[in-house]
Design a protein around this ligand. Structure first.
Ligand code: ZN
Ligand code: ZN
Length: 282
């Protein structure tokens, strides 16, 4: 019999409130069945799934850390900023997320206009039906294109139409990186640079200046060399270290939840950092 997998956390998970395939309750159930705890629900630009995840976590004895993954523009590239232990019902955060939602819908309109120009009569409704309650993004457009037979696979959809430089690519006009970091800090969360690999680090200094507190070191897209480099950088700059599977349920293939198990000592460091945010009267 193989030994049980080590205890650990998975701090990067998506639900059907963004582009994951499972509702939050199912995400928690998958974590429970793999003995992964704590988990963080980090949907793209929305916190709408958090109440359901917290409720399910209580019932299934999985600790759920309220999180979010904000898309942001950093000089000439899109980066993602994770926020942990956020006060998800903070009104300022909610307002920011509402603005982002509107911009995502505007972007969808433009993507569809460009697809029409390429002779693909996709409608916004087809995409929104797939997105359901969630924030709408390119992955939903890709799934709609597969569904109507315009392309064979999700990768085809990106390669032919949706990836940067392709005919239906539309840049997002979202937050700047420092706005994303500030939005998370104002909701009392810990901002962490998501999956930087080795290519999204050019501007690290100014992100730290804006209030960045951590780097996602452990991520399926990272090579062993990336992990070494990122760990060294985190240590050098006194940044927290996080990690997670970035599981999208079945939306991007197999269920990857729990394939990354962040040692619990790192989660403790996050907790300490949140505590030190809070002033005695806050
Ligand atoms: Zn991301
Ligand atoms: Zn993600």
């Amino acid at each position: 019999m193989s030994p049980p997998p080590p205890a650990g956390a998975d701090l990067h998970l998506h639900s059907s409130y963004s582009d994951g395939s499972f509702p939050p309750r199912r995400v928690v159930a998958e974590a429970a069945s793999r003995s992964v705890s704590p988990i963080a629900l980090t949907d793209h630009d929305t916190v709408a799934g958090i109440p359901e995840a917290l409720q399910a976590g209580t019932e299934m004895k999985v600790e759920v850390i309220p999180g979010v993954e904000l898309s942001a523009q950093d000089i000439d590239q899109e980066i993602h900023i994770l926020g942990y232990f956020i006060r998800w019902d903070d009104p300022a955060l909610q307002r920011t997320l509402n603005v982002l939602g509107r911009r995502r819908r505007d972007r969808l309109t433009e993507i569809i206009r460009r697809l029409h120009r390429k002779g693909i009569p996709l409608t916004a409704d087809e995409v929104l039906q797939i997105a359901g309650k969630g924030t709408v993004g390119r992955l939903h457009v890709a799934r709609a294109l597969v569904l109507r037979g315009a392309v064979g696979t999700l990768d085809d959809a990106f390669d032919r139409f949706l990836a940067q430089g392709r005919p239906a690519y539309v840049e997002r006009t979202g937050l700047t990186a420092s706005e994303a970091i500030v939005a998370i800090r104002q909701a009392n969360g810990i901002p962490v640079l998501a999956h930087p690999g080795s290519s999204r680090l050019a501007n690290l200094g100014s992100l730290i200046q804006a209030g960045l507190q951590g780097i996602e070191v452990f991520h399926p897209a990272h090579t062993t060399a990336d992990v070494v480099t990122l760990t060294r950088l985190a240590t050098k700059h006194g940044l927290l270290i996080t990690g997670g599977s970035d599981c999208h349920g079945l939306a991007k293939g197999r269920i990857s939840l729990g394939t990354i198990r962040l040692p619990l000592a790192y989660v403790e460091c996050l907790r300490q950092a949140v505590r030190s945010h809070r002033t005695p009267n806050a």
